[in-house]
Design a protein around this ligand. Structure first.
Ligand code: GNR
Ligand code: NI
Length: 163
């Protein structure tokens, strides 16, 4: 396994849109193992492939206290079930180090994804998974948590992170 380098804002490579995975092969196993190693080493609860400069629709996550419940989401998609149901959560991002900001997102979504073998799954997530999966899918679209903030606040964060 290998620990990968995490890109930081405002690196333009964080703005690339990731393409769907089409082959569920050995190379996908290696990428997800390396992403999990990187996520654990950086103390993150999730990591999108975009953050390690791999522009495919791959997410890893571990929301457990014990850091022993690795999850892999390939080609995840979500639909908002109720756009009036919102949840505010103080988010952090490994690509925006040292910054936390309250972000408001839909709280009621329907999620589908494929596992490492290509099998499809569906779920109506709740709690932290709802927040984290939207944060990670944003990465795959080239979108960052700072995009929800005012341009002034974003510019301040850009200067702080670049120091
Ligand atoms: O480690 C992380 N913590 C976190 C906290 C609140 C909401 C989202 C996250 S994801 C983040 C890791 C990361 O940057 N994933 O893209
Ligand atoms: Ni992030």
């Amino acid at each position: 396994m290998a620990k990968l380098k995490v890109l930081t804002f405002p690196d333009p490579r964080l703005r690339k849109v990731a393409v769907p995975v089409t082959k569920f092969d050995k190379s996908l196993e290696i990428i997800t193992a390396d992403m999990l190693e990187t996520m654990y080493a950086e103390d993150g609860i999730g990591l999108a492939a975009t953050q390690v400069n791999i522009h495919e629709r791959i997410i890893v996550m571990d929301l457990s206290e014990e850091r022993n419940d690795p999850k892999i989401f390939i080609n995840p998609e979500f639909k908002i079930l109720d756009d009036k149901s919102l949840l505010s959560f103080t988010e952090g991002c490994l690509s925006v180090p040292g910054i936390t900001e309250e972000i408001t997102r839909p709280d009621n979504i329907y999620l589908t994804w494929h596992d490492i073998n290509g099998k499809q799954h569906e779920e109506e997530p709740s709690g932290l998974l709802t927040v984290c999966i939207q944060h990670e899918i944003d990465h795959l679209e080239g979108k960052l948590m700072v995009d929800y903030l005012s341009p002034l606040k974003r510019d301040r964060i850009r200067k702080k992170v670049s120091k």
